[in-house]
Design a protein around this ligand. Structure first.
Ligand SMILES: C[S@@+](CC[C@H](N)C(=O)[O-])C[C@H]1O[C@@H](n2cnc3c(N)ncnc32)[C@H](O)[C@@H]1O
Length: 199
């Protein structure tokens, strides 16, 4: 069976053709604002794809800070870097083995990533490892877990079985990983879970 990495590599050239409504764009703006409270200096976007969040993060951070866009699919990164080469640092790596020292970032974002990671707990622990004490981990989707899981089950290929836990279930998992949950909310067209690394 095709693996997930080659599945996403194959989608890279058409990833930016997906339409985004005005409402979704507003949702992303708010998500990035909450993910990067005032004082945020270094943000890591894990599973960044072609850099969808870069303009939103740049607007919140106003160019003074460091944005790291990370993905395991080179094709996604190449497209993103072509668009926003100056705005971010582009890194090819796996979400479960982040190539950063502990406490490097004060915000870590996983937008549209978690269902595709085979060991979700390991990815969350990695995100918490590279966060500073008091830093924010934000997980988001433009669908509820029910909507997204139904969508994945209609697809062909390795993501067909990929599942996003309900927001409450993810919140419990984050607490077991030692994080303090600030928000766990989902509904039609929206999924947002945010947690703080306890110092
Ligand atoms: C559904 S896409 C979302 C991309 C982007 N965040 C967006 O919303 O446009 C999932 C992304 O996560 C990446 N990805 C999946 N598993 C990964 C892993 N284990 N490590 C790093 N990136 C991963 C894929 O290559 C893909 O670009």
């Amino acid at each position: 069976m095709q693996d997930r990495r080659s599945y996403f590599e194959q989608l890279a050239h058409e990833w930016d053709l997906r339409p985004l409504s005005q409402e979704q764009s507003e949702w992303l703006r708010e998500f990035c604002k909450l993910a990067c409270p005032p004082g945020t200096r270094c943000v890591l976007d894990v599973g960044c794809g072609t850099g969808l969040l870069v303009p939103y993060l740049s607007a919140v951070l106003r160019e003074k800070e460091w944005i790291v866009e990370l993905d395991f699919a080179m094709g996604m990164l190449k497209t993103g870097r072509q668009k926003y080469w100056q705005a971010a640092t582009w890194v090819c790596a796996d979400a479960c083995a982040l190539p950063f020292a502990p406490a490097t970032f004060d915000s870590v974002i996983m937008f549209g990533l978690l269902p595709h990671v085979s060991d979700q707990r390991a990815a969350l622990e990695e995100a918490l490892r590279v966060l500073q004490a008091g830093g924010m981990l934000s997980i988001g989707h433009l669908m509820s877990s029910e909507e997204l899981n139904a969508f994945h089950s209609q697809l062909e290929g390795p993501v067909r079985e990929d599942r996003l836990p309900a927001a409450g279930v993810l919140a419990s998992l984050l607490e077991r990983c030692g994080a303090r949950v600030l928000e766990a909310a989902e509904g039609p067209g929206s999924y947002r879970v945010r947690a703080c690394k306890v110092g």
